[in-house]
Ligand binder design. Structure first.
Ligand code: PNS
Length: 165
């Protein structure tokens, strides 16, 4: 039986932690769709299209990972794709309450849709898109926190392209 997992998120931008979760999830799913939430965000660094392009580049050598965007309810998107489960990453305790609320709301909306949680490698436990963006904007190093092409895209956004080799 072919198993499909949906890995949804804002991914503004994808970090090494997100990348690790997507690759790890291939141990349990035959196909993974990284699903970028498209909604008009005032404070986002990248548009949904840009985020999806950056993710596609990240997984260009992994045919089992596809990239898409979605609007509306996640559970509707999961059913549309006849996926087997939602995949979410869990870092330290701060993620639990948010994830618990979302999972239980999704379960109420669609009792047949399960969410599976995975933990990143310990070297990525503390990485969050929000803090990586802040460090990039304020002139700090983000080496190793995001893939190199995403670092380059972020530096272009914040006017640091001159620092790229
Ligand atoms: O990376 P994020 O921002 O933590 O991802 C959150 C996401 C996209 C998974 C969540 O906001 C979502 O599923 N949005 C779609 C709307 C929805 O289905 N809401 C009901 C569940 S709370």
């Amino acid at each position: 039986m072919v198993r499909t997992g949906i890995y949804p998120g804002s991914f503004d931008p994808l970090t090494m932690g997100h990348r690790d979760i997507a690759l790890r999830s291939l141990r349990y799913f035959d196909h993974v769709i990284v699903a970028v939430l498209s909604h008009p965000e005032k404070h986002s660094m990248f548009t949904a299209e840009e985020r999806a392009e950056l993710i596609a580049e990240t997984f260009k050598d992994e045919p089992r990972i596809a990239v898409d965007h979605f609007q509306g309810l996640l559970v509707d998107y999961v059913r549309l794709h006849k996926a087997d489960a939602v995949i979410r990453g869990l870092r330290a305790v701060q993620d639990f309450e948010y994830e618990f609320q979302m999972t239980m709301m999704n379960r109420r909306l669609a009792p047949d849709v399960d969410t599976v949680f995975m933990m990143t490698d310990e070297e990525y436990f503390y990485i969050a898109s929000r803090t990586v963006k802040e460090v990039a904007r304020l002139g700090g190093t983000i080496d190793g926190l995001v893939p190199e092409h995403i670092k380059a895209a972020m530096f272009h956004k914040v006017g640091r392209e001159g620092e790229l080799a």
